[in-house]
Write a protein that binds this ligand. Structure first.
Ligand code: ADP
Length: 407
């Protein structure tokens, strides 16, 4: 058996999954939450049984050790699990990393140097790697970056039209995020359709709590909606997405807001939540059905932005063979899927309401047969994608570099 322990370490949480890379399945998974608070929580699922604990989890080290205890007590036995690598998700790889890498001290320093571009993400990602290297000193550790798939963006798409010297000095450009998901889904689309990725032009809509769109030409990412940070682009659960940059200037000049206030406003008090008080689509639809005008407007703003991106990416690609929905909203919300693409028949784009019905767990075509663009729902699986990239890298590593990941 060949398995990878995938670790996604956030500021106050650690998500993990033990992935069987041969069968593409999760053997066990779980989440540690509220790290550093008075009471933390841990959930571990193995063989259809979930064990939950509420214990103080003072730091990431304690969190991962508690996870190892749960593996020992509830299974599966990690000594027997055939772990060939630990795969880590890191949000920002800047212009440095265009693919997965084996963790070395130098790589850790490079990720640390990118922290100003992702102050909320890269430092906790690094903490997770540090702790995991101590706990798994004999296995190679591999980092997969959220930005890597978008390293291929053409300069015209990646460049912001500001003073080029300021941009160069501070690394200001479009990096893109959710790359692991966009890459996985666009590859799956080709597999499911029995086509070669190089023959397909695709728009991928990753709609979760965070949301992003990408244009993928022949398997290569050519445009994406997130930018320097994961704030740009689509309307999200709590993030504004696109706005006039002068809004920031206006609020700082006239509303007495500090840099941190604006950061908090745009990242945590905006999007669907800012407009309606709700960031979960299940609750938002309830409010819409009850006629709540704020919720109605929030949904309209969300869909308007999404349609604008679909239209823009049709122009970027010229010919669109596939539009693929994925992530929590994309996989589960038939209303969002149908309304996002309604009245686009003149572009050869449509959704068949019967095929579109319900929550979708397996890849499915939801467009009518006559449509020239195939609309699909393709569930994402970032953990599997990270695990497979880790196995590929470890397998490909020359013998003498297999030790690089050892602490
Ligand atoms: P992230 O990984 O960005 O935290 P997910 O991809 O898990 O987010 O998506 C979470 C979102 O998916 C929820 O906030 C909710 O809006 C939406 N969602 C989940 N289940 C459903 C459902 N059954 N119907 C509609 N929306 C759903």
């Amino acid at each position: 058996m060949s398995t990878v322990l995938v670790v996604n370490s956030g500021s106050s949480s650690i998500k993990y999954q033990l992935v069987d890379t041969v069968h593409g399945s999760a053997l066990a998974s779980g989440i540690v939450e509220r790290i550093g608070e008075t009471v933390g929580s841990i959930k571990h699922t193995f063989a259809d049984a979930t064990t939950s604990r509420t214990d103080p989890v003072p730091d990431h080290g304690a969190g991962l050790r508690a996870v190892l205890d749960l593996f020992r007590e509830q299974g599966p036995d990690l000594q027997e699990a055939g772990i060939v690598a630990v795969g880590h998700r890191v949000v920002h790889g800047g212009s440095v990393f265009g693919g997965p890498v084996l963790v070395t001290d130098e790589v850790m320093d490079q990720i640390d140097a990118l922290s100003p571009l992702a102050p909320l993400h890269n430092p906790p990602n690094l903490t997770g790697i540090r702790v995991a290297r101590e706990l798994f000193p004999d296995v190679p550790h591999v980092v997969v970056f959220d930005t890597a798939f978008f390293r291929t963006l053409p300069e015209a798409a990646a460049t912001y039209a500001i003073d080029k010297e300021v941009a160069a000095a501070y690394g200001v450009r479009r990096y893109g995020f959710h790359g692991t998901s966009h890459q996985y889904v666009s590859t799956r689309v080709a597999e499911v359709l029995g086509r070669r990725p190089q023959d397909l032009n695709q728009i991928v809509l990753h709609l979760g709590n965070g949301a992003s769109a990408s244009a993928v030409r022949g398997g290569v990412a050519v445009e994406t909606s997130m930018g320097l940070t994961p704030l740009e682009g689509l309307v999200m659960g709590t993030r504004s997405g696109d706005l006039d940059p002068a809004v920031l200037i206006h609020l700082q000049r006239n509303a007495g807001m500090s840099v941190d206030d604006v950061d908090d406003l745009l990242n945590r008090r905006s999007g669907l939540k800012g407009l309606s008080g709700e960031n979960d689509f299940r609750a938002l639809h309830g409010l819409v059905d009850a006629g709540d005008p704020d919720a109605v407007l929030a949904l309209d703003v969300y869909l308007h932005r999404l349609r604008k991106y679909v239209g823009a990416y049709c122009a970027v690609l010229g010919r669109v063979d596939v539009i693929a929905f994925t992530a929590g909203v994309g996989e589960n919300d038939e209303i969002v899927r149908a309304r996002a693409l309604e009245n686009l028949e003149s572009l050869g784009i449509a959704v068949d309401l019967e095929k579109n019905a319900g929550r979708i767990r397996e890849p499915r075509i939801i467009s009518p047969d006559w449509a020239t663009t195939t609309v699909m729902v393709v569930p994402t699986n970032e953990e599997l994608a990270i695990a497979r990239q880790a196995v590929d890298l470890v397998g490909d590593a020359p013998d003498d570099s297999a030790d690089l990941g050892h602490a």
